[in-house]
Design a protein around this ligand. Structure first.
Ligand code: FAD
Length: 390
């Protein structure tokens, strides 16, 4: 199908919406993004972009820009919480040279994508809060201020609390996973190298990695807890309370915790993958279709993969709705598998019974020394999948 001049409206200027805008504009679409915020900005936090996400940015001509703003990751290290002793190391250098893995500040990735979208001719309309989406042969997005946006194709990339998802699927309440998370960025005074460190403790873990040429360190800390905390991730918490909850963590985790001066907290909720991603000229993408827990660092990367496949499926299909059906069909199983893998990952880091934890750590250490390639290879289905050459 020729996308030239096809009137496409994308709801949400997050990582998924911006990537889709670039992909569809590069194929000739008449693309505008409607974003509720007054500016395209992002919170101070990090993002891991694994090789499958880099493949999409490369295909869009943006890998060099990413590389110039990001830290190239060398390894993922699993460490014991108490003294920071190395348990296992996944050497990212064992992957082929073109399979690059980066750590990037979210604000830098959003800035890069927004610049590329504007340069390609995408219109970005701010302060457009979508209240309702109505599928149809001429689908409509109704704004909270009463205005309407009509198009030939509407893409709902409006994130976790998507109006587009509820238009296609109704509303399903998520459930609290009994896990609470904190995020912070701190100056890299502890000489954190270009690796992601997972500090594994009983019922808790902390992930740290460097950003911005190594000037900053990003931290996400997770604790199992019975009591409920809100899902948004902008709730300020007291850094001393965070330090108290992780008081027994040592090594570099301790140094990072000590440096925290501003921290946000939120509850981790599990949402089902939406059964319906597309209907009557409306499609969902990214967190709007499949919110995921952060334990595989794949939410933004899946949104980028969606964006590429959506453009490709539309271009190869005879009409819009056939293209949208093929998009869902090409994406659904892979995304569901990644979401399940992320949901199943936390307990592996959180073993609380000391003998079990020690045995598990022994097994991991042995595997990483004796069969490092095999250990890395278990992630090939995620990292070595390239949707742009599929
Ligand atoms: C702590 C943490 C760490 C993470 N780390 C990683 C990682 O390392 N790697 C990774 O790949 N993923 C990671 N993720 C997941 C990733 O952040 C998300 O999956 C990703 O941002 C989803 O992108 P999106 O474009 O679908 O949605 P969003 O980024 O949420 O963007 C949605 C956009 O839509 C706008 N919007 C919402 N509602 C409306 C409306 N009604 N009208 C108009 N606009 C609207 C919003 O303002 C926003 O701009 C992490 C998530 C968390 C919480």
């Amino acid at each position: 199908m020729d996308l030239n001049g096809l009137k496409i409206r994308i709801l949400g200027a997050g990582i998924g919406g911006l990537t889709a805008a670039i992909a569809l504009r590069q194929r000739g679409g008449d693309v505008a993004i409607l974003e509720q915020a007054e500016a395209i900005t992002e919170v101070g936090a990090g993002l891991q972009v694994s090789p499958n996400g880099v493949a999409v940015l490369r295909a869009l001509g943006l890998e060099d820009q990413l590389a110039s703003r990001a830290v190239r990751a060398e390894a993922v290290e699993l460490r014991d919480y108490a003294g920071g002793k190395l348990v296992a190391r996944l050497d990212l250098g064992l992957m082929p040279e073109d399979a690059r893995y980066y750590f990037v500040h979210r604000a830098d990735l959003i800035d890069l994508l927004a610049g590329a979208a504007r340069d390609a001719g995408v219109k970005v309309r701010l302060l457009q809060k979508v209240a309702e989406v109505v599928p149809g042969s001429s689908p409509v997005a109704r704004m909270a201020n009463g205005a309407e946006a009509k198009a030939q194709l509407i893409i709902g990339a409006d994130g976790l609390h998507s109006k587009s998802r509820s238009a296609l699927n109704g509303t399903v309440a998520p459930f609290f996973t009994r896990q609470v998370a904190w995020r912070a960025t701190v100056p890299n005074t502890m000489d954190h190298g270009p690796v992601a460190q997972v500090h594994m403790g009983p019922r808790r873990h902390i992930v740290t990695y460097p950003l911005r040429g190594g000037a900053l360190v990003n931290m996400v800390a997770v604790q199992e807890r019975q009591s409920w905390v809100e899902e948004g991730w902008h709730i300020a918490d007291d850094p001393n309370k965070l330090r108290a909850r992780f008081a027994d963590f040592g090594g570099q985790a301790r140094a990072v915790l000590n440096a925290v001066s501003d921290v946000r907290q939120w509850g981790l909720f599990r949402h089902p993958v939406a059964p319906i991603w597309q209907k009557d000229n409306v499609a969902l993408l990214g967190d709007a279709a499949h919110p995921t827990l952060p334990f595989m660092a794949q939410g933004a990367v899946m949104a980028m993969e969606d964006a590429w496949v959506l453009g490709d499926a539309l271009a190869k299909a005879p009409d819009i709705n056939t293209g949208l059906a093929q998009y869902q069909q090409r994406r659904q199983d892979r995304v569901a598998r990644v979401v399940d893998a992320a949901s199943g990952n936390a307990w592996k880091y959180h073993l609380s019974f000391t003998p079990v934890r020690m045995a598990a750590h022994f097994g991991l250490r042995a595997a990483s020394i004796l069969a490092p390639g095999r250990m890395m290879g278990q992630f090939d289905w995620i990292y070595r999948h390239d949707v742009t050459t599929d």
